[in-house]
Design a protein around this ligand. Structure first.
Ligand code: G
Ligand code: G
Ligand code: MN
Ligand code: NA
Length: 254
């Protein structure tokens, strides 16, 4: 079967799953959220990361359906954790630039939130910097509609997308996620450190939370803490985990 066929099958048979990776508060060490990461079901889970199948979903017109499945599943999971007496944390989902620019994106999001009974403030959309800056005027309008629902917006992979700083100040955003290439460079080179410190300062000036991704060592974590970064995510703090494992390790009783 082609990749496109496998994606269709996974949608039809409901064999996608989400894994969850913790996002930690650097001041308190408490968990502040989870990033949901799409996975094929058990039989496929080996080699097929989203880096391989998301591009196929995008080029084959399946990304809308895949993205809506991810949104609904994250919302259902949040509601289910609360119903099970756990204290759920906000969930961040990744949104493809193609899905983001589809007509009625915000309307579909509103429908899913309502159908799932999800608190919009507990959902965050991660959009890549380049996806937003490609057409910042249109993006601003879509993001404003998303935020009008009460959903939070995170600029993902920040530092790689040549942001216009003029646009950045006027975009409706809640959070900047520093790209892991810079985070991983913290212990390697002064350019990466300069970028990381600049993004932290920029976030503070614009009133945005700053999260660093890709923390793989205690040294990197300590550096980010010392330099006033708000939140952190990475293998050193916790790998992406299947939902029950994530709940067992990271969610407390409500
Ligand atoms: O999960 P890693 O888990 O390998 O993900 C690789 C890439 O795929 C990352 O850039 C991540 O943002 C993206 N990704 C993971 N899950 C999703 C998803 O549900 N939707 C989209 N559009 N991208 C995703
Ligand atoms: O930001 P983006 O959505 O592109 O990032 C999600 C991807 O990053 C997923 O593939 C996830 O598995 C991966 N990831 C999470 N933590 C780490 C880490 O500490 N190191 C590396 N190399 N990748 C990570
Ligand atoms: Mn992401
Ligand atoms: Na990223």
């Amino acid at each position: 079967t082609t990749m496109e066929g496998r994606l269709k099958q996974a949608l039809a048979r409901n064999t996608f799953t989400l894994h969850y990776q913790p996002v930690i508060d650097l001041r308190t060490g408490a968990i502040r959220g989870a990033e949901a990461l799409l996975r094929f079901g058990a039989e496929d889970c080996e080699a097929l990361g989203p880096g391989l199948f998301i591009p196929v979903a995008e080029s084959s017109g399946l990304i809308g359906a895949v993205g809506e499945w991810v949104t609904a599943e994250a919302c259902r999971q949040h509601v289910a954790w609360a119903a099970a007496g756990l204290e759920p944390v906000p969930i961040a989902i990744n949104v493809s630039p193609i899905q983001f620019r589809q007509r009625r994106f915000a309307q579909r999001l509103a429908d899913i939130l309502r159908e799932c009974g999800m608190n919009p403030a507990s959902l965050q959309l991660e959009i890549t910097e380049s996806a937003v800056m490609d057409n910042a005027d249109d993006a601003a309008e879509i993001l404003a509609a998303v935020r009008a629902l009460g959903v939070k917006v995170v600029l993902d992979g920040f530092g790689t997308g040549c942001s216009s700083l003029v646009h950045l100040g006027s975009l409706p955003l809640d959070k900047l996620k520093i790209d892991r290439s810079f985070v991983q460079g913290i212990t390697q080179d002064s350019t990466s450190r300069a970028v990381v410190e600049a993004v932290i300062a920029l976030g503070r000036t614009l009133g945005l939370e700053v999260v660093a991704e890709g923390i793989e060592s205690g040294d990197t974590l300590a550096y980010l803490k010392t330099h006033g970064c708000d939140q952190a995510q990475g293998y050193f703090l916790g790998r992406p985990l299947p939902r029950d494992e994530f709940a067992r390790q990271f969610l407390s009783k409500g």
